[in-house]
Design a protein around this ligand. Structure first.
Ligand code: UN1
Length: 505
């Protein structure tokens, strides 16, 4: 189909896709947002080849000038903020206020890294020997493959692409198919910002073609680093593939993020935090709240207040003022229904469960419930530590609740799932807050705030099943997209041998 969105390799659209799919509006599944041409693995390999060919020239551009290109990206994102956010809302059903926040996140990321173009510091290091000086330099890694999920189609890819480009790398990006219309608008704004053809390539492909294309590219030596955001299952496969080629990918995977509420917590604040991180974005953030671990003495009051707040929350049409809209697409809806199956089999659930339809109405629903992939928010009280719901990410509007008596027990429960992305504690006692932060194995800890809401200049990433320890954002991500080179410069005029000619006093 000639009007389909096509992959871009070396600045050119790649014609004749293997097939075409429709990206639909999840709030109104009858509405097609765009047609996407899905490429075969050879297009991924061609894009990796283009990235490889373009890399040396891009790395030769002085970093402050690359920083200027990143500044242009930030300006164009600002100028197109409303348009892009509206497209995010239409294509993945994210409420408009959140979609605007998401575009703000790439603007903040550009803001941070444009200045890094003037820093990208190395060090001078003293030598053991006289008349010798040592230095360190950050060198670009080379060509980077970015494979990103569509729940944050603007912010999450920007965490890889912006610093990767700034550091002198070239990029092959494989965005999620169900957010490809947003991805195409995103990619065009980079092209208009002065990113040269071949430096940033985009491939619209399905999972199997991406794996095959990535494997072939790694074998051909065309990719030096992979950045992936998505499920732990796919992340493990990518890690295995990269490991065979002696590469360490940057993996940002799932989460089962706990929120501990202590006996002295401000319950109103905790309810607000649990509502936002449990049901905001329909629970489809990797940082969404998984399980509330509440002190037994305040359990009943918390549950009562929380369920009242959830019942009163507005949901529905994401273009309006709602807490959350539909699930991302049919595939995510099917996955969530599967989770609801095992939940229904093992738990007594508060309130309605399943798809909100005309036969299953909900107070506070805005818009037409039958038109989209809308699901009732689910609270499961009395979750036990060996329950599926306690241990596995559900990626939908479900929050589990369990109780504890001693803080150490709450921390152990918080670590039990084996994920370790985000976490939160509501307490008025600083000692408990610090003890929690020290004991919880999570990349991110919030005190008196929800589990979600990263800032663009703080390290983002997780432990255990949530990743391989890599961190994104801020200066920390520079270690993903550069490699340290040491340089030793001897001006003594003779061969000095380390250790052997070391001067001792
Ligand atoms: C994700 O879902 O992959 O802090 C990332 C947050 C968001 C990012 C979530 N800004 O929750």
């Amino acid at each position: 189909m000639s009007s389909a969105i096509l992959s871009v390799v070396a600045g050119e659209r790649v014609p004749n896709p293997a097939r075409t799919i429709a990206s639909t509006n999840p709030a109104n599944t009858a509405e097609v947002v765009g047609e996407i041409g899905i490429a075969g693995p050879e297009v991924f390999v061609a894009a990796a080849g283009a990235a490889r060919s373009a890399q040396a020239a891009w790395a030769a551009v002085p970093p402050p000038q690359r920083g200027q290109v990143i500044a242009n990206v930030g300006r164009l994102m600002t100028a197109n903020k409303d348009r892009l956010a509206a497209l995010v809302t239409r294509e993945i059903g994210k409420p408009l206020a959140e979609a605007l926040g998401e575009v703000q996140e790439i603007i903040d990321t550009c803001d941070f890294f444009l200045g890094e173009g003037r820093r990208l510091y190395g060090q001078t290091v003293p030598s053991e020997m006289p008349d010798k000086q040592l230095f360190t330099f950050r060198r670009p890694v080379g060509s980077v493959a970015v494979i990103s999920a569509g729940n944050f189609p603007v912010a999450v890819p920007s965490w890889y692409i912006v610093p990767a480009l700034l550091c002198g790398n070239t990029v092959v990006w494989k965005p999620a198919e169900y957010s490809a219309v947003v991805s195409d608008a995103f990619h065009q704004l980079f092209a208009h910002s002065g990113v040269p053809a071949g430096v940033f390539n985009v491939v619209y492909a399905d999972g199997p073609s991406t794996f095959e294309g990535l494997e072939r590219s790694l074998e051909a030596g065309l990719i030096d680093k992979v950045g992936f955001t998505g499920s732990s299952e796919v992340g493990r496969r990518i890690g295995e593939l990269c490991g065979r080629h002696l590469q360490t990918p940057c993996l940002e995977l799932g989460g089962k993020n706990p929120m501990v509420i202590t006996e002295d917590a401000d319950l109103e604040l905790a309810v607000e935090g649990a509502l936002f991180s449990g049901f905001g974005t329909a629970g489809q953030r990797c940082t969404s709240l998984g399980t509330v671990i509440v002190h037994e003495s305040v359990h009943d009051e918390f549950v009562q207040r929380f369920s009242t707040a959830v019942a009163a929350a507005r949901m529905g049409d994401p273009a309006q003022d709602v807490l959350f809209g539909p699930l991302l697409d049919e595939k995510f809806a099917a996955g969530f229904e599967k989770s609801l199956g095992w939940i229904a089999a093992h738990h007594r659930v508060i309130g309605a469960v399943g798809r909100v339809g005309t036969d299953s109405p909900r107070d506070g629903f805005v818009g037409d419930p039958a038109a989209g992939l809308f699901y009732h928010p689910v609270i499961v009280d009395g979750v036990r530590p060996d329950d599926e719901l306690f241990l596995n990410e559900t990626f939908g509007p479900i929050v589990g609740i369990t109780t504890y008596a001693e803080l150490d027990e709450a921390i152990a429960l918080g670590n039990k799932s084996g994920y370790g992305l985000s976490s939160s504690i509501y307490t008025t006692d600083p000692t408990k807050a610090f003890r929690f932060a020290q004991g919880i194995s999570a990349g991110m800890v919030s005190v008196n705030n929800s589990t979600s809401g990263a800032e663009a200049h703080l390290p983002f990433g997780g432990n255990g099943k949530s990743g391989n320890g890599s961190r994104q954002s801020g200066i920390w991500v520079l270690d993903q997209f550069t490699r340290w080179q040491s340089l030793n410069w001897d001006y003594s005029g003779k061969l000095q041998k380390a250790q052997m000619d070391t001067v001792t006093v």
